[in-house]
Design a protein around this ligand. Sequence first.
Ligand code: PEP
Length: 255
Amino acid sequence: MSQPLVIANWKMNLPLGGIQDWIQDEMMPNVDIVDFDKKSSYFKFMGIAPPISHLSELKNLFSFGFLGAQDISKYNDGAKTGDISAAMMIEKGCSFSILGHSERREFYGETNSIVREKLKICLAKEIIPVVCIGESIEDYNTGKTLDTLEIQLKEIFSSIITQTVIVIAYEPVWAIGTGNTPSSSEVNNIHQHIKDIVQSIANVEAINVIYGGSVNCENAKSFFQQSNIDGALIGGASLDGKNFLNIYNDFLETL
Ligand code: PEP
């Protein structure tokens, strides 16, 4: 099974005009279908990860779509103030969770070993994990990208056995929110390495590697045209419904 995905990561933001406008005024008028099944089929590669507080609202407006969490607890339940468990996320309608985003690593000290614990929780609950990895600008400039990614992958995926589809988001830290990106062919080669490494250290049925970092309407197509780029994780550009839909349509065209 494969799960290409174009994911909107709203982080701790909401679209400027609110969620209703984002869906009904910006996205839906551009989608010429009304039937629920057809909508579900059209949107089957689109994921939205809103702030948890707005999952229910989004679920009502986007019932035909694919919702996710931006993070989950590494614990299943109990006295863990502030945490939200995978089971609670599932109850709210989430079928995937972003794990180990560079902002979680930078601001909350999340390590590869924590990401691994969260990965195991996702797999046990059959939530699709969207595991973020990526190198710093220093690593990139000194040619250490592949070494850094290999360390991250080994610490997170070694000996993992699963039939749940795995999504890895390759997000160079220096590309997030900066307008700078590696070239699409560079990303394509890196994604091939990521797939090879995971296949060699873990026993997983399906790996999809998506790219994140300053994807926008202008550059999206060049990424999607590459054979090893199975989608995108999109921050800033996803807050505008029209832009996000344009990017999604570019993705559909290259399938
Ligand atoms: C992200 O935060 O995952 C991201 C890719 O952000 P942006 O698209 O704004 O670079």
